[in-house]
Design a protein around this ligand. Structure first.
Ligand SMILES: [Zn+2]
Length: 411
């Protein structure tokens, strides 16, 4: 038998016997076990000569050409004649298609790679391969687990953030029968400055969860972390202070700018309510400018900016919304220092400009925002950067959102 077809298929442990076109237009490929594996016991590797008949299986393989060829594997069942072998009977199997496997090894690897490296969802890949979500997920787990079991390489900056997924629910452990509460929030641990990406995804967002993961790492790994980037969550800050007391806590730009944008939305809603006594509508100039207000100034043309200010002038004579917008842009300017080289005098100048505007915006009757800064100070004892960044937003916040004693969030 020529093995050209087998080589073309790329499976050397089986031989292509016949290829035909099925009723559905797909290729039916009848294959036989390669001579080297015929009658070989998978337990003791002794070749048997006592057949118990034939069986046909249909393992799925990778896409070859325009579609997935349908494999029909005709193989024999055998009795193992080795008296010392615990296996009395067996069906032929080959390394590329293990016993009872419904997919070839390479097909499972391709599915897992599509999820892990191709950034595709398990549901999408399983649908493309015509299999169930569970099968695809098992392939992903089989590929990911050995990698995750490896010791993490040292990192310098650890990122901690929460992710919401699905609904919170009770789950029952099939082995013990114990019911546990599965939080809808996960905590993601990320290597921000390196290339290891997501280090772990932990269920829950409590101090104990984060501390337990950090403590499970090696002392070298913990000692190598110099900075931890978090959102403005007091929980994460507390966990980091507890588990990594030597590391410096920083707030990442994304969350700071996100809060600034939320502040603009809050001021816009509050001003609309105060002036019009109702929620914003499509006929209101501030409502039509709501997205433009959130856009970075560098992404607005002169004409767009003038048009926006003209609209706001007629709507908001006190200039609250304009002040909020200016504050947001000055905050972004401070953040942008990093991209301009992060030189100390640049940062100092940007902070000074920010503080100057803040002082001018602060009216005499306004409550001093400093009473909230204890949380921010708690996030970083060694610097006042957070206070300088965050306090100006307080004045422009709705009152109801300024009382969160257990949180450093300012939105
Ligand atoms: Zn055997």
């Amino acid at each position: 038998m020529s093995n050209c077809s087998s080589l073309l298929l790329g499976l050397t442990d089986i031989d292509v016997d016949l290829v035909g076109i099925g009723a559905d237009g797909a290729r039916d490929v009848r294959v036989l076990t390669a001579p080297a594996w015929v009658g070989r016991c998978p337990q003791c590797a002794v070749v048997s000569t006592r057949s118990k008949g034939w069986v046909v299986t249909r393992p799925k393989d990778v896409k070859v050409g325009p579609d997935f060829p349908k494999l029909l594997w005709c193989k024999q069942k055998w009795l193992c004649r080795n008296t010392s072998c615990v296996r009395k009977q067996f069906t032929e199997s080959v390394p590329q298609i293990p016993p009872r496997a419904r997919f070839t090894v390479r097909a499972k690897k391709e599915m897992a790679a599509a999820v892990l490296d191709g950034w595709r969802s398990v549901a999408e890949v399983s649908a493309a391969w015509g299999t169930t979500w569970n099968t695809c997920h098992r392939a992903v787990v089989a590929m990911a687990d050995p990698v995750l079991a490896n010791q993490l390489a040292p990192i310098r900056v650890l990122g901690i953030d929460e992710t919401r997924r699905g609904k919170a629910k009770w789950e029952t452990d099939p082995a013990t029968g114990i019911r546990t509460w599965v939080d809808r929030f996960d905590t993601g641990m990320v290597d921000i400055a390196g290339d290891q990406g997501l280090l772990a995804q932990l269920n829950g967002r409590e101090v104990a969860t984060v501390v337990a993961w950090i403590n499970s790492q090696t002392p070298e790994f913990r000692a190598g972390i110099t900075h931890v980037a978090i959102d403005m969550s007091a929980t994460y800050a507390k966990a980091v202070r507890k588990a990594l007391p030597h590391a410096r806590i920083v707030v990442d730009h994304f969350h700071v700018v996100k809060l600034a944008n939320q502040m603009i939305d809050d001021v816009r809603r509050r001003t609309t309510q105060a002036l019009r006594g109702r929620r914003g509508r499509a006929c209101d100039p501030e409502w039509t400018s709501r997205r433009r207000l959130l856009r970075g100034v560098e992404r607005l043309t002169d004409q767009q900016r003038q048009k926006m200010f003209h609209k706001l002038d007629t709507f908001d004579p006190d200039g609250d919304l304009v002040a909020a917008w200016i504050t947001k842009e000055l905050l972004r300017k401070v953040m942008a220092c990093k991209y301009r080289g992060g030189l100390r005098y640049q940062i100092a100048a940007a902070l000074e400009e920010f503080s100057r505007v803040h002082r001018r915006l602060q009216g005499p009757g306004d409550p001093h925002p400093g009473h909230h800064s204890r949380h921010l100070a708690a996030a970083d004892h060694r610097g006042d950067r957070h206070r300088l960044v965050e306090c100006p937003q307080r004045r422009l916040q709705p009152h109801r959102q300024t009382h969160r004693p257990d949180s450093v969030r300012v939105s």
